[in-house]
Design a protein around this ligand. Sequence first.
Ligand SMILES: [Zn+2]
Length: 467
Amino acid sequence: MNKLFTCITITLALTACNATVKTNTTSITNIPETSVETPKNIIMVVADGMGPAYTTAYRYFKDDKTTAHIEETVFDRHLLGLSSTYPARESGYITDSAAGATALSAGIKTYNGAIAVDVNKKPVNTVLQWAKKQGKKTGVVVTSQVNHATPAAYITHNESRENYNAIADSYLDNGINTDLILGGGWKYFIREDRNLVSEYIQADFQYIDNYQAISQLAPQKPVLGLFAEVGLPAALDDSNPHRLSMMTKAATSHLANDNGFFLLVEASQVDWAGHGNDIASAMAEMDDLAKTMEYLELYVKNNPDTLVVLTADHSTGGLTVAANGKYIWQPALLHQIKKSPKTLAKQLAKSDLTQNEISTILNFEVSKLEAQQLQQAKYKGFEQREKYRNLSKTAQAKMKEPSVEKFMHKAVKRLIDSRTNTGWTSGGHTGIDVPIYALGKQHDIFSGQLDNTDIAEKLFSLLGKKQ
Ligand SMILES: [Zn+2]
């Protein structure tokens, strides 16, 4: 009932809106109808794992405490609706990133793990592939490896997201359909059995492997840019904590052409921070995404013939802003954390440290009790490792050697949670609806309660595909 009402409202609003545009345009110029309604450039931004708690948390994380009000964020300015994220019936209510990305790229529900194939494992057309066929340039910018679930579900097809090498191979073997690829993943492109980078160069691509080279790209020549073995370093550990916005800027200027472009941008590591229940990394990834969206706001202002849509494929970690019955959330501490908890844990695991030394590494004052808790986590790690080392070889083969760093990593994250009063309910995905944001030409058709498949359907119809 609600959905029906929303549909009617949107249809009416659209009809009204189009009617006005058409009348105005025909009286002034003779631009063909399609160029009025269809944005020349479409930028789809997927924030992997970004449920509504992430954008809420980010608002308070960025709040300037010296002012009376709480400042709005770039997300607050463009919120339009909510999207359901459930996968095909056989995978229940909770999606993974592959089925979620396939819904967003192809407009169909499929099983968890599927890369742009339907429940019968049959390949399905994606918006990126369709845009390419319409003569647009296409690009993909991610902070994960470029053959990870989300980018793969726009570029190619595979029955399983786990087939990383086959997915990378297919980017070439199925016919190159992407003019620009930026992200991580040397490991999958430069292998013993095949060097995909050389093959891309033979196909007349320019290849770059460091951020500095991004500013010196030859215009017009397609580009493959891989900047890490697998995913890029976490925002907190990267030489450029705003690498997503930097790559997005480069992509928009590289892809600009008379026929327009389709660009997929993925803030891949919001999800990884969520899986790790790591609020410090989550806010750093959100900050990179916010910078990207602020840049895209400006881009739309200068290039009004552009549509930008941002949504998430699902929420991750069950993040909550405040926990344990206490009505407080204190994100200020997060601004002092300059390295990821994983990197901090490595430094803390090295040797016995005093309370002061721990405070110096973490870049915030820890109490005597907190210092003791961190030391205890380290001893627990040593103890478990000793136990493992005393096992027989056959018993050892059945399990991984416990890592002291892992114990420390968990302890550092729990300390940050306790200081900020952040809560998590899961190490996996959750089924809550995710926010939809849109700006630029035709942005208003993305409002209301939508399903993830509606987003692809709307993009297809903007790109002139009859359903
Ligand atoms: Zn995930």
